[in-house]
Write a protein that binds this ligand. Structure first.
Ligand code: NAD
Ligand code: UGA
Length: 470
């Protein structure tokens, strides 16, 4: 079947960029991205492309070309569902914060709501594509809901997980290592797979498009994220050993990464990985393993998270111990709040957890991030503290320990220490000699990303501490 009309439920970090690229590359297909969040849709439709809800290099240009031509953002969910031949589900699947599986399982309530809505509205056959990251065998649940609550039309469920990374989303989409499409190995399943293959074939070569059965596709997404995160936790675990043995973690990473069997990517030691997915997806994997009574497998993957938590805590502890065992009333400047550079996304950013530890110890946290607002930073901390059950009074008092700046130089004035949390390129270009003269002595820098020139900063007079540096 030739696809003419696509609808995507969820206009977030995945739905927005992926559908924009499909629309750009398939001008004969009408693509409508819908969301329940009216503010988000208004931002996607904003004339001023600086106001798009997602910051991604290259995204504004793609939107500029396709929006209004064959790409539309709307809150009219029902009519978009009705008109579509193919419906992507790209809604959020966060870790459950309540009930059975709390803190571990993926919360599938938004996905289930989508399935029920599609079933209620659809008056003709449709292909339903899982774009959200889901536990293996979710397609079965979706199929049951669609068939049991629908109007007797045929639904073919496909799995098409997304592998883009934030900050490089457009590049990743335009030139994907691979796209993965899983479907039932029946005649109608194979036809549906082919319809989606044909969409991607507008710009990707056949060898970039992998097809599998449904369950392999669903599980491959969780597996890919688990493997990527595992590499980071492995190098971060060794960074602790480097710090006490005078080995240098970047040298170790380079030495092992040049072995072609290991490879150089994802071996950058850091203050810990963040982002909306690694932790959520591994917790989900751990939960699934326990559910299927595989405790040893669950335990194995859980270590990736345990090491990541340890790394964030270790960083905060190092700040406190270096500052003579107290940060009470001291001004600690956070350079960066986003979970990585080139994104405005702060979900699960290491900065949040490091700030929490330091604030608990009485520090004042002064933040500068080129893309993250004060509202967002305070909302991140509030969310964590509410989750931890802190009283409103306590939260209000802790929020008073956070200050946010538009100008990094102002933030750095009379600081006791700098903690570099995000690897924004601009931090490398700062006038560190001047900064040194503005700070209290001894002036400390904790480089949580190992991006600054440590030898140069040391020569200026800074006490510089990187990750995995003796
Ligand atoms: P997001 O929170 O940015 O966006 C999800 C959107 O879905 C929200 O705007 C929400 O309002 C909307 N939504 C929820 N229920 C809806 C409904 N019933 N109808 C219409 N809209 C609805 O999330 P995201 O980062 O885009 O992630 C979406 C999924 O993609 C998750 O499963 C995630 O694990 C996966 N994923 C994310 C990334 C990433 O880099 N962020 C990469 C690969 C996969
Ligand atoms: C990650 C995966 O890379 C994507 O393939 C996947 O689609 C996505 O998760 C998802 O499912 O959401 P993302 O989280 O956007 O993408 O960004 P990454 O580049 O993977 O970085 C994740 C975190 O790990 C960041 O905090 C980053 O700073 C950290 N990281 C990454 C390191 O500390 N060291 C590294 O070597 C690489």
């Amino acid at each position: 079947m030739k696809i003419k009309n696509i609808c995507c439920l969820g206009a977030g970090y995945v739905g927005g960029p992926t559908m924009s690229v499909i629309a750009l590359k398939c001008p004969e297909i009408k693509v409508t991205v819908v969301d329940l969040n009216t503010n988000r849709i208004a931002a996607w439709n904003d004339e001023n492309l600086e106001k798009l809800p997602v910051y991604e290099p290259g995204l504004a240009e793609v939107i500029h070309q396709a929006r209004g031509r064959n790409l539309f953002f709307s809150t009219e969910v029902d009519s978009a569902i009705e008109a579509a031949d193919m419906i992507f589900i790209a809604v959020n699947t966060p870790t459950k914060t309540y009930g059975e599986g709390k803190g571990m399982a993926a919360d599938l309530k938004f996905v289930e709501l989508c399935a029920r809505q599609i079933a209620r509205i659809a008056k003709n056959d449709k292909i339903i594509v899982e774009k959200s990251t889901l536990p293996v065998r979710t397609a079965q649940t979706l199929q049951t809901i669609l068939d049991r609550t629908g109007n007797g039309v045929h639904f073919e469920v496909l799995s098409n997980p997304e592998f883009l990374a934030e900050g490089t989303a457009i590049e990743d989409l335009l030139n994907a290592d691979r796209v993965l499409i899983g479907g039932k190995q029946t005649e109608s399943g194979k036809k549906a797979i082919q319809s989606l293959v044909d969409v991607y074939a507008h710009w990707l070569s056949p060898k970039q498009i992998l097809t599998t059965n449904l369950w392999s596709s669903e599980l491959s997404k969780l597996t890919a994220n688990a493997f990527l995160a595992q590499r980071i936790s492995s190098i971060n675990a060794l960074s602790a050993l480097c710090e006490v043995t005078e080995a240098d973690v970047d040298e170790v990473a380079n030495a092992i990464g040049t072995d072609s069997r290991i490879g150089p990517k994802f071996l950058k030691a850091s203050v810990g990985f963040g982002g909306s997915c690694f932790q959520k997806d591994i917790l989900n994997l751990v939960y699934l393993c326990r559910y299927f009574n595989l405790p040893e497998v669950a335990h194995y993957w859980e270590q990736v998270i345990i090491i990541n938590d340890y790394q964030k805590y270790r960083f905060a502890k190092k700040v406190i111990s270096s500052l003579f065992n107290t940060v009470s009333g001291k001004k600690i400047v956070f350079l960066g709040w986003a979970f990585k550079k080139d994104t405005n996304d702060t979900r699960e950013s290491a900065a949040i957890y490091v700030a929490d530890h330091l604030i608990e110890d009485g520090a004042e946290i002064h933040v500068y991030d080129p893309k993250v607002s004060e509202t967002k930073i305070k909302a991140d901390m509030r969310y964590l503290w509410e989750l931890n059950g802190l009283s409103e009074h306590k939260i209000a008092s802790k929020l008073n320990q956070i200050f946010v700046y538009d100008n990094p130089m102002e933030a750095l004035d009379e600081a006791h220490a700098v903690a570099l949390l995000t690897e924004w390129d601009e931090f490398k270009t700062y006038d560190w000699e001047t900064i040194y003269t503005k700070m209290y002595q001894p002036a400390f820098i904790f480089d949580g990303r190992n991006i600054l020139d440590a030898a140069k900063l040391h020569a200026i007079g800074f006490e510089i501490k990187g990750i995995g540096k003796g």
